[in-house]
Design a protein around this ligand. Structure first.
Ligand code: CP
Ligand code: NVA
Length: 315
């Protein structure tokens, strides 16, 4: 049985699909689900429900955390590589969306163009979750903020420094700042700025909701990390950009998060990375494995945060 067609279905395509209040509720539920799991208490709120997971790009964390999360909630997840689907032979996304909606209760998609997700969501009659597109990675940033708050308390009013590429993960940090009232400073080399449209949209949201957030884009990593509560970075070459690897290695050479750079942040600053990391490129092993790094907690929390997302959308 699939969910009946509903005009009120919700999707999670970017962080703008959630209100500030909904993000706080999601985090509260994440805490409950995590505690229940650690205490060995079963929570089967998605019994009989199925999630289709469509992957056009590789994944370790997203695939395993969604699949395990569905299992732990009493449901089932289907791993679907787009190459093995008719989608990979040219079946329209709109047709695939309508067909999948007749079988499953939710669809998670990892894709290239964000437009693919918008099409999937437009034609699916069940919720669609963004498991990463070229533009956004909302589940990752919800997790990063949940992780920050577990270690340091509310993120509102804090300073977050992003070092490196103005990519999909950076875009989600930008939208998160608009919702959660923190100060985001991004240090990026020329030509690798976040999309102007994303910055513009975030600034509009900040103004509309009268948030005390600021978003600054600059060049100098030292300046970005000064007084930061959290330093974060990501791969210089994202999935799908492999042909640009050499050019990017050159452009980002001064954007490695090493111990000297971490030393310019607050003494108790945390380090995060969505992973996979490229040791010796965007981050040194000393930082990744060092005392300020919370990357393994961050990776674990994908499971707990996504369980709360799945309950919210599929229960
Ligand atoms: N951080 C993240 O999304 O990892 P995967 O690419 O392994 O899913
Ligand atoms: N920016 C990276 C994130 C990987 C989780 C990519 O898109 O490949």
């Amino acid at each position: 049985m699939n969910t009946p067609t509903t005009a009120t279905k919700r999707d999670l395509l970017s962080l703008l699909d959630l209100t500030t209040e909904e993000i706080h509720r999601l985090f509260a539920r994440t805490g409950e689900l995590k505690a229940a799991l650690k205490a060995g208490q079963a929570v089967h709120t998605l019994s009989g429900r199925t999630l289709a997971m469509v992957f056009e790009k590789p994944s370790t964390r997203t695939r395993v955390s969604f699949e395990t999360g569905m299992y732990q909630l009493g449901g089932h997840a289907l791993f679907l590589s787009s190459k093995e689907m008719q989608l990979g032979r040219g079946e329209e996304i709109s047709d695939s969306a309508r067909v999948l909606s007749r079988y499953v209760n939710g669809i998670m998609v990892r894709t290239f163009a964000h437009e693919n997700l918008l099409t999937m969501a437009r034609y699916a009659t069940v919720p669609v979750i963004n498991g990463l597109s070229d533009d956004f990675h909302p589940c990752q940033i919800l997790t990063d903020i949940f992780t920050f708050q577990e270690h340091r308390g509310p993120i509102a009013g804090r300073k977050v420094a992003w070092i490196g590429d103005g990519n999909n993960v950076a875009h989600s940090w930008i939208l998160a700042a608009a919702r959660l009232g923190f100060h985001l400073v991004l240090a990026v080399p020329p030509g690798f700025e976040p999309k102007a449209q994303v910055l513009e949209r975030a600034k509009q949201e900040i103004a509309t909701h009268d948030m005390a957030s600021t978003i600054t884009v600059l060049r100098n990593p030292q300046e970005a990390v000064a007084g930061a509560d959290l330093v974060t970075t990501d791969a210089w070459t994202s999935m799908g950009q492999e042909k640009e690897t050499k050019r990017r290695q050159k452009a980002f050479a001064n954007y490695c998060v090493d111990q000297t750079l971490m030393g310019k942040a607050k003494a108790d600053a945390l380090f995060m990375h969505c992973l996979p990391a490229h040791r010796g490129e965007e981050v040194t092993s000393e930082v990744l494995d060092g005392p300020q790094s919370v990357v393994w907690d961050e990776a674990e929390n994908r499971l707990h945060v996504q369980k709360a997302i799945l309950e919210w959308l599929l229960a």
